[in-house]
Design a protein around this ligand. Sequence first.
Ligand code: BGC
Length: 447
Amino acid sequence: MDNGTGANHKRVFPADFAWGVSTSAYQVEGNNFNNQWAAWEKAGRIKSRDQVGLACDWWRNAEQDFDLAKTLGVNALRLSLEWSRIEPAEGVWNGEALYRYREMLQALRSRGIRPFVTIHHFTNPLWFEAKGAFASPESVRLFERFARRVVEYLGDLCDNWSTFNEPNVYTGLGYFLGEFPPGKKGRFMQAAHVTRNLCLAHAAVYRTIHELQPNAQVGWAQHYVVFKPRNPESAIDRWIAAFIHRRFNNNFAESIRTGRAPFPLDRFGHDLSEVKGTCDYVGINYYSRLRMGFEPGSPKTLFFQLSVPPHKPQGDSGIDVPYGEAYPEGLRHAVEHFMDFNKPLYILENGVPDRADRIRPWVLESSVQQLQTLLTEGADLRGYFHWTLTDNFEWNEGWHLRFGLIELDPETQIRRLRPSAHVYSRLIQSMNGHANKIGSSGDRVIG
Ligand code: BGC
């Protein structure tokens, strides 16, 4: 059956395939003041100078976006928990915050939408950050205690957990490039220790969740980038692209797969055998392809430079770096890269910054086509989550980069469906084999 998307997905995608949208607490909830990202914003470190403010106003009314998600026909939604709300001071628990998360998960389930919950998506409570966050060995115990509390309280409403979102981005941008808090640059060894603690914390939480909820599915989300040499003729560009690929795409993941300590700690006798195999699935976040080149005059970026050839499709550019080439074929690279785990795979994020919705429809259709082919070839893919439902606060870029299927005016909180919302909805329908009720024009306004 062809529903105008030009493809028949019905026979290929399993009936319980998760068709979802992906979000994170800090980016959507609003009024979070007690974490290191709020402090980063206060210190003037958001490049756009924007303020997160109410974000998408989820703390008060996530339900309005859940209603929209339901109209699109998604059957899954990924959200995260804000640790600084649940444990505002060390060992102090906020029952109201936990209750609000219960309400949200119930609201999703009552709409026929499966919640996928991420326990840590970049933000740390201020008290935890003050203790050194994941650079401190104590972080493992503190994070496990927090996770135990939330799984005890919410476990009956959720059976798919991610421990960490993108540990490789957390360490790469926080300890190498200084783009994310704590803003450290070139801290090679410290980053390795942070990765080690993240692995240990992940493994501890993996075991805790299984102790409390034996049938839960527990994994994490790994960011994957396709790296290419800027100049394929240049040996140094080739070396840089291959080096960054190994270090970035394998960071954290390799330790979970093999039990080896993160590079270079593995060369100094460290071992992580207790983390080996601690995942029931691998979550992949994939967005783009980047060219890597050697740049002797650029110590700030550790002597390499990211670029996108001008003739390649790309969404909107970041304030001072390109976001990357939109390259849907890269989904295949990512899926093949993580096949060695022999575990189910979820695409937990995929999308493009594209305020005017110029290329998002193409990205969506081509990405789903990639998944269709991969499924036909036998890949064990269980879900696809588009980043994101409603425009949200894009970390360092603030409101500058817009990833939503739904456009948001953060001032008025008015929402407007982009044409892509309809494209995604139709793609999901064609899999389910029935027509969706959503209208056909791209300009429904909700405020
Ligand atoms: C992060 C999201 C972010 C998205 C788009 C991912 O790396 O998990 O929080 O908004 O990319 O840049």
